[in-house]
Design a protein around this ligand. Structure first.
Ligand code: ADP
Ligand code: TZD
Ligand code: MG
Length: 585
């Protein structure tokens, strides 16, 4: 317990000794430890350098990054993987702002995270007198955080951290900001009083049991369906109700589609997985049950042509059931006929309890039609994957990745890019829950290396990352972090010389290359070598396969520069339709 010691007893006529004291630094550390937090992702500097040192001395794992954004992304995904808030620790103003992006990302993706930033002196900040790294951080954080708190007195640290933890993990999880001014850390208070002020949070994410009538309403709709479909989202993955979700799918016999980070909740090779027939099942389904997935842009807002609507904004005629912890989510885009509000574990258990008595599987016609599409599409894909073009393209490279992931189903899998994301998502099957972590709700570039660090540290599994060359650049300096902590991470860069592809030309004919084009033939593998990791330049599927196998065997940080045909990608990958210039055409 650091310097928190029991009150010293006084004897005989000796002078009473002053009771021992503790300080703000120690109380923050003790409050985190008391609540089972064992890892901090951060970057040191005034005023939190000593907090990082003392946390490490006290047995917390303190992982230091090269940029706060990456530490923040690491914290956010640690929250997703563990259901405990991931902690990101930064310095004031600029460090705080670097971390803020990840805080917003956590809120948007419903990941529990706490950004703790040191801040300057309130008296000076509020009078705008120009303190070192002056900024009203609390005000700046509030709009992108689920909650934001500031602690001014050491005796309030326990409450501040308890509130931050509850806000991050209860209900719909999100990002919480905790502002700790420099002066707080040095404040000294009586050790016993300090210890007594700490709070071990009881039941931080209380179960939320769905109403029986809501469950019945949902089951009645499913029973009447001719073409039912379940969509599993990353909320379902987060909930860690894997066995019940699998039972629900298998007992009802309903085909399902996993959203990107729900892949592997059931193996992608499952007979009921309809991913290979996605564009058939969405417009055809009559009753759709969403479990931990929002009807946002990733699901075309539940309407329009994707769903069989006659025009881009028209309703396709589906009846929706939505299982979600947020009571406000229903009706956000289209009418939800049966909202089931509660935590997914409790909701799925209640649904399961209701289907045991004589449940009829979906009509054979529906299942047959899906199976037919799947077989056709899988065969088409197999043909494409079997080709061995020179230079390598996304498909021939990903065919290798697909085999490696199949052989290593416990490995964590990180993925970002445009084409490097979209092709990978559809080609590389996942076999276990919460293995695939990617760009999430915003389709954000830059999560890559932060996610790799967190995935390796939190799960202790091997990590494979498939990265677009542009995507990698956002967090590339963290390969030093991978090497420093000797993490078993194998990064594969799909190097097509640029954003989407490497072939754009400057229309003006001037000396600058086009905005989407990078240095041709760049050797990203050399970056890894610079820090003592293994770098490999791979120009064929065979070279890529050997390099990945070596990486997994050795567990050494490895970066494979996979040379991809620079003409192979499409603009914006799969979301070309969101590109205004494509819309104009
Ligand atoms: P995806 O991108 O995979 O479609 P989203 O992030 O859009 O998933 O949706 C996740 C949904 O899951 C959110 O609406 C969130 O409220 C919900 N959610 C998160 N955790 C839980 C939980 N434990 N129980 C119920 N719903 C949850
Ligand atoms: N900045 C941020 C933070 N997020 C983004 N999504 C973008 C910019 C825009 N963007 C995309 O949506 S994908 C992408 C950018 C810059 C990079 C695509 O290039 P890549 O992948 O090399 O990573 P491919 O394989 O070449 O398509
Ligand atoms: Mg690229």
């Amino acid at each position: 317990m650091g310097n928190v010691e029991p009150q010293v007893a006084t004897t005989g006529g000796a002078q009473p000794q002053a009771s021992p004291s503790t300080d703000g630094f120690q109380l923050v550390i003790d409050a985190l430890k008391l609540n089972g937090i064992d890892t901090i992702f951060g970057l040191p500097g005034i005023p939190i350098t000593d907090l990082t040192r003392r946390a490490q001395a006290d047995g917390l794992r303190v992982l230091s990054f090269r940029h706060e954004q990456n530490a923040g992304y690491a914290a956010s995904i640690a929250g997703f993987l563990t259901q405990k808030p991931g902690i990101c620790l930064t310095v004031s103003a600029p460090g705080f702002l670097n971390g803020l992006n990840a805080l917003a990302h956590a809120t948007v993706n419903c990941f529990p995270m706490i950004l703790i930033s040191g801040s300057s002196e309130r008296e000076i900040v509020d009078l705008q007198q120009g303190d070192y790294e002056e900024m009203d951080q609390l005000a700046v954080a509030r709009p992108v955080a689920k909650a934001a708190f500031r602690v001014l007195h050491a005796e309030d640290i326990g409450v501040g951290i308890a509130r931050a933890i509850r806000a991050a993990v209860s209900g719909r999880p999100g990002g919480v900001y905790l502002d700790l001014p420099a002066k707080l850390f040095a404040q000294s208070i009586d050790a016993a009083a300090g210890k007594g002020s700490l709070i071990k949070v009881v039941d931080p994410a209380p179960r939320q049991i769905p109403a029986p009538e809501a469950v019945k309403r949902a089951l009645d709709l499913l029973k009447g369906a001719k073409k039912p479909l379940v969509i599993l989202g990353k909320g379902a993955a987060y909930a860690q109700a894997d066995a019940d979700i699998q039972s629900l799918i298998e007992k009802t016999g309903i085909p399902y589609l996993p959203m990107s980070m729900a892949k592997g909740l059931l193996p992608d090779t499952h007979a009921q997985c309809a991913s290979a027939a996605r564009s058939f099942v969405l417009p055809e389904a009559d009753v759709v049950m969403l479990i931990g997935a929002r009807l946002n842009w990733l699901l075309s807002h539940g309407k329009g042509k994707t769903w069989g609507g006659k025009s881009p904004k028209a309703w396709g005629g589906q009846t929706f059931i939505q299982v979600d912890i947020s009571p406000q989510e229903a009706d956000s885009n289209v009418r939800i006929d049966a909202p089931v509000v509660g935590d997914i574990g409790s909701c799925v258990a209640a649904l399961l309890a209701g289907i045991d008595r004589g449940w009829a599987k979906p009509p054979a016609e529906w299942l047959g039609a899906i199976a037919e599409r799947k077989t056709k599409n899988v065969a088409k894909m197999a043909e494409t994957l079997a080709k061995d073009p020179v230079p390598m393209n996304f498909h021939s490279a990903l065919n290798v990745v697909r085999d490696i992931v199949k052989a290593n189903p416990d490995a964590m899998f990180v993925n970002e890019g445009a084409n490097a994301l979209d092709f990978t998502r559809s080609i590389v099957d996942m076999y276990k829950p919460r293995k695939r972590i990617d760009v999430g709700t915003w389709g954000i570039m830059g999560v890559g290396m932060g996610y790799c660090v967190a995935a390796a540290v939190v799960t202790r599994q091997q990590v494979i990352a498939v990265e677009g060359d542009s995507a990698f650049g956002f967090s590339g300096m963290e390969v030093e972090t991978l090497c420093r902590y000797k993490l078993p991470v194998c990064v594969v860069i799909m190097n097509n010389n640029g954003v989407y592809k490497g072939t754009d030309v400057n229309p003006s004919g001037g000396p600058d290359v086009a905005p989407t084009v990078f240095v041709k033939g760049a050797r990203y593998d050399k970056i890894m070598e610079a820090f003592g990791g293994v770098g490999v330049h791979a120009t064929t599927p065979a070279e890529l396969r050997k390099a990945m196998e070596d990486a997994l065997r050795s567990r050494k940080p490895t970066l494979i520069n996979a040379v991809i045909d620079e003409t192979a990608g499409t603009e914006s990958g799969r979301i070309t339709s969101l590109n205004p210039s494509a819309k104009k055409k």
